[in-house]
Design a protein. Structure first.
Length: 495
């Protein structure tokens, strides 16, 4: 009887000692354990949660388009263009990742993004609203012709007059955005050699987003890391449309780096910018930390595009390689090179953080950081975006041309056409989940340390009260005391 009881006691003490040791190890290594559990969930491989959410996000995105109605085009260029903002024309956007292919050998995955849009009745306006904008087809043709010889340019000038093309075009929102409209110039462009159109694929219609609905080709093929190789984080850009660097720029500007926009690194700090590669802007953008705070119980750091990150001028020499020597205005991005040589410039809406000269060239620009900034608010430890607003404005560059009657007297300026806003804020249930993950991360070590103390006390009490036992006391307490500087225990003792 007595021998059996002491056997049980010895077993219990042995088990408690093991548990104490295990809990202690867990307490000491909690951060590492958490990190690997988290990584196994967020790395991109089939069947992880992150993967399923990523292939077909269930959260619908909103795509808001604001158009600028040019109301005094008759008196241009004597009067500054008066632009009235219309909208938002709101679309619900469904996004899917297709042609997802894993390349296990180099720890990467490649995919295309298919987006579809559905008009939302919450829009401030209808698809039948008529809007007057600068005629972009004409502006493009004249811009492309700027290096042609005098006679050919005169020919273009006469052709524009013959076709009855003016400075503006008036269309419904439906035609302007997704449906597109026909134009004789597009038919003529189809007959020209590709060199004159910058290699742009021939199209039958023109629309600001024509051909993008349900298309798999607009965004291009993206290859990002999966996070499977040790030391890598998921979602970092490796190549875009088979390019490992941007072919249009040189040096620093050609580099593709940072997140593909969907997965952020962990342990973000306020000291370093957040680097994101944005196919829409054809470039890597460094977003500057703006402020930090707490949102629904979670800490965040807000990174925003500033005049520095979105600059195209000599003020930031790092960016001068983007404008191939001709840096005119600050706070805008010349994307001509990656849009088949069309006169396209991107900026923040209402030229926020842009050169004042840009705003003064037109009436109706009212930049407001609350409405027009481009930012990512990210939970820094886990790298989860909590609140994102992606906004930019599309502008067309025009300049006087002595040989083209229509453009003889126009000023050199950027003409705002529209701006878009894509915003996502994670839902309350995701916030709750993230708060729980943070709690596990922050308190898990402490809980394990408590368990270690508990089991160690058990072992101590049982062995001390039973002097007859031959069981030799494991030096659990010594281990606990040997590492008094551990973070988890410091927390424990300060409780
Ligand atoms: C983030 O920091 C924690 C400690 O604060 C560390 O344990 C963890 O490994 C770090 N994670 C990464 C990805 O650097
Ligand atoms: C745009 O401006 C024109 C005047 O130039 C006006 O007739 C038209 O109604 C405006 N469009 C909208 C949707 O307000
Ligand atoms: C809706 O559009 C009109 C102009 O067309 C504008 O005056 C009004 O402020 C807009 N409303 C909202 C809620 O944006
Ligand atoms: C992508 O997948 C679709 C079918 O889902 C297929 O028709 C198409 O050829 C694929 N494209 C590429 C470039 O692999
Ligand atoms: C990864 O491997 C695939 C083929 O397995 C290759 O096509 C691709 O270019 C590689 N990517 C990088 C970044 O090396
Ligand atoms: C995009 O395509 C879908 C499906 O073909 C269609 O239902 C939707 O109306 C289209 N959206 C727009 C804005 O045309
Ligand atoms: C925009 O960039 C293109 C190509 O990089 C360049 O040829 C053009 O001169 C630039 N335009 C302006 C107005 O800076």
């Amino acid at each position: 009887m007595r021998g059996r009881a002491s056997l049980w006691r010895r077993l219990a003490v042995g088990a408690a000692a093991l548990l104490a040791a295990a809990a202690l190890v867990a307490a000491l290594c909690w951060n590492r354990i958490f990190e690997s559990a988290l990584n196994s969930q967020i790395k991109l491989s089939p069947n992880t949660r992150a993967y399923n959410d990523w292939v077909a996000p269930s959260v619908p995105l909103l795509f808001d388009v604001y158009l600028f109605n040019w109301t005094n085009s008759k008196s241009f260029p004597e009067e500054r263009p008066n632009l009235e903002q219309l909208g938002p024309y709101r679309f619900r956007e469904q996004r899917r990742h297709v042609n997802v292919t894993f390349h296990p050998g180099n720890g990467s995955v490649s995919y295309r993004t298919q987006r579809s849009w559905h008009f939302d009745e919450q829009s401030n306006g209808t698809m039948e609203d008529t809007v007057t904008i600068l005629n972009i087809i004409v502006a493009s043709a004249i811009y492309r012709a700027r290096h042609w010889d005098f006679l050919t340019q005169k020919g273009l000038s006469m052709m524009l007059a013959m076709l009855g093309h003016g400075l503006t075009t008036t269309r419904t929102v439906r035609e302007l955005l997704f449906e597109g409209f026909e134009d004789r110039l597009l038919d003529i462009a189809k007959t020209l050699p590709a060199s004159t159109t910058g290699g742009a694929p021939p199209v039958d219609r023109f629309g600001l987003f024509y051909g993008r609905n349900n298309s798999m080709d607009t965004e291009g093929r993206v290859e990002v890391t999966t996070g499977a190789l040790s030391g890598t984080i998921p979602g970092q850009i490796l190549s875009w449309d088979y390019h490992k660097s941007l072919p249009w720029y040189e040096g620093e500007c050609a580099k593709m780096q940072g997140s593909g926009g969907e997965f952020m690194p962990h342990n973000l700090t306020e000291e370093a910018p957040l680097t994101i590669f944005m196919p829409d802007l054809c470039r890597t953008v460094h977003m500057e930390p703006e402020r930090s705070g707490e949102m629904d119980g979670l800490p965040y750091i807000k990174y925003a595009m500033t005049d520095i990150s979105f600059d195209n001028s000599t003020r930031n020499p790092q960016n001068s390689c983007f404008c191939n020597g001709e840096c005119i205005w600050g706070g805008v991005m010349n994307v001509s090179a990656c849009r088949y040589g069309s006169p396209s410039f991107l900026s923040l809406p209402h030229f926020l953080h842009g050169d004042p000269e840009l705003r003064e060239a037109v009436q109706g620009m009212r930049p407001d950081p609350d409405l027009h900034s481009f930012y990512f608010a990210v939970e820094p430890r886990l790298g989860v975006p909590l609140d994102v607003a992606g906004r930019f404005q599309f502008n067309v560059y025009i300049e006087p041309n002595p040989y083209i009657a229509l453009y003889e007297k126009v000023p050199r300026m950027l003409f705002p056409i529209f701006w878009v806003e894509q915003s996502v804020k994670v839902s309350e249930s995701v916030f709750a989940e993230l708060r729980m993950v943070r709690a596990i991360l922050d308190w898990g070590g402490t809980v394990c340390a408590c368990a270690a103390i508990f089991f160690a006390s058990f072992v101590t009490i049982v062995t001390c009260c039973n002097k007859k036992s031959q069981y030799t006391k494991p030096p659990i307490q010594d281990i606990v005391c040997e590492k008094p500087k551990d973070e988890a225990e410091i927390k424990l003792y300060s409780m």
